[in-house]
Design a protein around this ligand. Structure first.
Ligand code: ADP
Ligand code: MG
Length: 288
């Protein structure tokens, strides 16, 4: 049976916008040693702004964004929604066929009878598109039409104001290690991790590789230690499920993530993780 105090703790958490799906998770929150964050939509706003558009000679900037926006119009990835809103014009969905999202890579879609690819270096390599690879402080979306490279769009996301607090708060309550896992490029990953003071960052990871990294990190815990993974659920449902405590950011997260998670933060503030741990510790004192 669950000690009564845990119900109090769950109520206290919910009044703080934190949904804890059972007393066992509240108990686990007492012993958190490692906190692993997803980047996009979790520590960053997930709202990208276009900072550079570089078409090849055979195409205009408008055409390039047009192809990208049509290709991305069925995706709910923050990158996709940002490109669609940068385009600003109506998307004609009748032009789109055979939409395919390749997780951790990008999208492959038929637009007006042409095959359009929009995604990262990995997508271009996988599809054998010759392109020039370069370092960027932004997220680069390459575009190819009918197997020919037509240019790229650089987009940038901002760190949430609330994220600056979270690492300090977690350290203050005894968390030993904070880590960020991202599918984004190394330059962007390192910049965010450095700015927030995270202990470790691993970039350019596919969803499967995020699970592998999580399993390695899991081995660093003490025997009663727990590991948290926090994500928005887009492309990271497997890691959410694998962690001792999977936390979904409900403010922006997908319904699937909210369902898969053990704890849901109802706002977009990652610092609520520290709040949840504090409530768990207080609850424990009351129970004992
Ligand atoms: P993260 O949440 O860590 O950014 P994701 O697995 O969601 O990781 O995405 C990893 C990378 O895959 C992105 O940074 C981007 O380069 C590429 N990507 C994923 N989805 C899309 C998409 N819809 N359009 C373009 N690129 C995408
Ligand atoms: Mg993600």
């Amino acid at each position: 049976s669950i000690p009564l105090g845990f119900f109090g703790g769950i109520g206290g958490a919910s009044r703080n916008g934190i949904l804890v799906k059972g007393g066992n998770y509240l108990e686990a929150l007492n012993n958190v040693e490692i906190v692993v964050f997803d980047k996009t939509g979790t520590l960053t706003k997930g709202v990208f702004k276009v900072t550079d558009v570089k078409p090849q000679k055979n195409i205009s900037k408008d055409e390039l964004i047009g192809f990208a926006a049509h290709a991305e119009s069925y995706s709910n990835h923050p990158i996709a929604t940002s490109i669609v809103s940068a385009y600003g014009k109506e998307i004609d969905k009748d032009l789109i066929k055979d939409y395919e999202e390749i997780s951790g890579h990008g999208v492959k879609v038929i637009v007006e009878g042409k095959e359009v690819l929009a995604g990262n270096n990995k997508l271009m390599s996988k599809e054998n598109i010759p392109f020039e690879q370069f370092e960027s402080i932004g997220t680069v979306v390459h575009i190819a039409v009918d197997k020919k490279y037509v240019g790229y769009i650089v987009i940038s996301d901002e760190i949430k104001e609330d994220s600056a607090k979270v690492v300090k708060a977690l350290k203050a309550i005894g968390v030993k290690k904070t880590v960020m896992l991202t599918g984004d490029n190394k330059t962007v990953g390192s910049k965010v991790a450095k700015e927030l003071g995270l202990d470790e960052v691993h970039a350019e990871l596919l969803p499967d590789q995020k699970v592998e990294k999580l399993e390695l990190l899991d081995k660093e815990k003490s025997s009663k230690g727990k590991l948290i993974f926090v994500g928005d659920g887009i492309n990271d449902a497997p890691v959410l499920a694998r962690a001792d405590i999977g936390i979904a950011m409900g403010g922006v997260g997908s319904d699937a993530a909210i369902e898969a998670a053990d704890v849901v933060i109802m706002t977009d503030e990652p610092s609520k993780i520290a709040t949840a741990i504090k409530i768990a510790k207080k609850t424990r004192t009351i129970v004992m």
